[in-house]
Design a binder for this molecule. Structure first.
Ligand SMILES: Cc1cc2ncn([C@H]3O[C@H](COP(=O)(O)O)[C@@H](O)[C@H]3O)c2cc1C
Ligand SMILES: O=C(O)c1cccnc1
Length: 344
């Protein structure tokens, strides 16, 4: 069943953001009532219990499910890569798209391990965005088109959606977005990405500083910063987050790049990421800062810094575990186990 139609204008996207559906409070209450009756001291499953309630809230049903799980990897090319901000050449973006199709990449194996359906969605990888140190990365029509790619890609029947990216140079775009949205110092937001040396890292931070100095004064709002500093794959992630919200599909975001793309929505419309979890804390230092700004706690902390939705898909194991406990455990009454001691 599909139900989303392309957004005709950026104004339409703004309107959607201003009227996003909220959580299903009856489903939350039902999950919490069952959790309280299950065979464990109340709250003893910690965040697993919270995850069951979160899933139910945003799926709009109790009990929640975690059977049909998808991962979308959006891929795009960045003009800023020509500045030498990555340890790898821009051609890797295109080459990795081919590798995803062959099943050779890390994300292919993680999806197989977790029972997740993978879709790789290229956004004109042969045509880099403009170098944002000299001009806005995208025109308004390009931003709208990329948002729509993500928005419509999220239009599927799923219990959970993992979002990630591929795009050489996009850890620079992520740093510029984070710096543009949350201020601080460019050096705090720029990290090694694919593994640049100290000299290149200093140059990358300078690129981030120059880009934000150029674009922030002119930007009309957070979405306009995404147009100026983002890439097509990052805009597609933002579009997919909104599409999933409308389809009542909870989302797991991947690392630094995916979280920076989604952060645009949080700044534009507080609460816009309430149906999202962050799958892991990336080893990219800016991700920790960004999570603090967003007040989001990652599900895992595995020292990963890959992208490709890898951290989001790995975290699916945790969400599945939450649902298995919620559905499969007996209640005290069913098991005939004694409740708390009197007066304890
Ligand atoms: C072989 C290879 C596979 C990857 N898969 C994801 N990325 C990751 O690295 C890129 C960001 O780092 P930077 O900003 O330093 O270019 C993105 O494409 C991201 O998805 C990869 C990078 C490489 C080299
Ligand atoms: O956390 C990420 O998204 C990330 C980190 C390094 C390189 N590419 C992506």
């Amino acid at each position: 069943m599909t139900s989303l139609t392309p957004m005709p204008s950026l104004q339409a996207f703004h309107s959607l953001l201003a009227s996003l559906p909220g959580p299903d409070t009856a489903a939350i209450t039902a999950v919490q009532a069952r959790e309280a009756a299950l065979l464990k001291p109340p709250g003893a499953l910690g965040r697993l219990e919270e995850l069951s309630a979160w899933l139910a809230a945003w799926q709009g049903r109790s009990p929640p499910a975690a059977d049909r799980i998808g991962a979308l990897v959006f891929a795009g090319s960045h003009g800023v890569a020509a500045q030498g901000v990555s340890a790898y050449p821009p051609a890797v973006t295109h080459e990795m798209i081919a590798s995803f199709r062959q099943g050779w990449a890390a994300i292919n194996q993680l999806c197989r391990a977790q029972g997740v359906d993978l879709d790789v969605i290229p956004l004109q990888p042969e045509q880099p965005t403009a170098d944002f140190t000299v001009a806005p990365a995208m025109r308004e029509d390009e931003l709208l088109a990329a948002l729509n790619v993500g928005f419509l890609a999220a239009d599927r029947d799923l219990d959970l959606l993992c979002l990630g990216e591929m795009g050489i140079g996009n850890s620079t775009a992520a740093a510029a977005l984070a710096h543009g949205l949350f201020h601080g110092l460019p050096q705090a937001w720029a990290g090694p990405g694919t593994g640049v040396d100290a000299e290149r890292l200093a140059m990358k931070a300078a690129v981030v500083g120059r880009a934000v100095a150029l674009h922030r004064p002119a930007a009309t709002d957070a979405l306009d910063l995404l147009r100026r500093l983002g890439g097509r794959e990052l805009a597609a992630i933002a579009g997919a987050v909104v599409g999933a919200r409308l389809r009542r599909v909870p989302v797991i975001l991947d690392g630094y790049a995916a979280t920076a793309a989604a952060a645009v929505l949080a700044v534009q419309a507080p609460g816009a990421l309430d149906h999202c979890q962050v799958g892991h804390r990336s080893a990219e230092p800016g991700h920790t800062l960004l999570l603090q700004c967003l007040q989001m706690a990652p599900l895992l902390d595995f020292g990963m810094r890959l992208g490709e939705a890898s951290g989001a898909v790995l975290a699916v194991a945790v969400v599945k575990a939450a649902v298995c406990c919620h559905l499969g455990m007996a209640t005290f009454a069913e098991a005939g186990v004694s409740g708390p001691a009197e007066g304890a």
